[in-house]
Write a protein that binds this ligand. Sequence first.
Ligand SMILES: [Zn+2]
Length: 168
Amino acid sequence: MPAECTWNAKTGELSFKFSGEQKEIFAQIAEFQDVFNNTECGVCGGDQIRFVVRGAKTKQGKDVEYYELRCVERNDDGSLSCRARLSFGQSLDLKTIFPKRKDDEGGYLPNNGWTVYQSPTEAAPPPPRRQEPAPKGFGGFNSPPAQPARSAGGGPPPHAPIEDETGF
Ligand SMILES: [Zn+2]
């Protein structure tokens, strides 16, 4: 059933107006409460919440929309400090949405379903492996190396022994 909504852009405050019989109003509140009463981030507790609907295509090429709330709490320098999201699932008839508070196995997610998502491209790459600098100034051409070279993987030596056909 359609409802009227007013939204205060400055405070983010929402209010809804329902009309109907007692049970209809009860059902409407039930439907709206779980979706629109998420006024605090479940991770950091902040109240800077943003509504986001983003379109995407499935692998089958079907257009879908993802509904989510995002925490946009910021650090003093303006960067996002939390980035947590609450994702919404959709009913089979795609008419209503509900917050995803459970994982695929049916267990409750921590933080009331709010998760901090890091895409592989956003994630910082692991620091490059530190390489030991090659020792310099030790050992002449004919002298043995001061230390045996460290084998990276412990595998076979880099060169297979060449068949010795010199004979005597
Ligand atoms: Zn947050």
